[in-house]
Design a protein. Sequence first.
Length: 205
Amino acid sequence: MIFSSALIENAVNEFARLPGIGKKTALRLVLHLLKQEPAQVKLFGDVVTRMREQIKFCKICHNVSDQDICSICGNPSRNNALVCVVESIRDVMAIENTQQFNGTYHVLGGIISPIDGIGPDQLNIYSLVERTQQQGIEEIIMALSPTIEGDTTIYYLSKKLKEFPVKITTIARGIAFGGELEYADEMTLARSISNRLPLENYVQK
């Protein structure tokens, strides 16, 4: 792709770094910005910069937040004794969109995947064990994508939590094996949570 401006080329290259954005799409976005008023483009840049600089991660569940404690953990109407363990922030958003879950979350920040060099120490596992020990959690729902890596992570977590008097369940198999949780439709995801199974039943299958 040949550019008549180094500034446009640099902008296209930066947009193309974003996931799912190729060079052609990046060029279309850059040309769109060129049509906007300078003040509007500055506002766009300022919003992105402020988001990156000021965003926080909840000290309890590791979800994104504007404050030290996210709006979910800080909501007195949520059931703090019920914790849904998810891989990523996107999974929190997917489950929240179902409007069928009234508990809280724990974002692991990934799943155990030795082939990708991701081990337990790189995930938010210690803080989950600490929460279980200190906060009187009654049930933990393992809402991880039904993949080999997801199952490995569930197995590891169950071993870490077995000493505590907490019920451990997992989402039902409404989510196809090998599928990603964030891409499941809201109805399937809602049913998978409401029809959750005791972990021992899941492991036997």
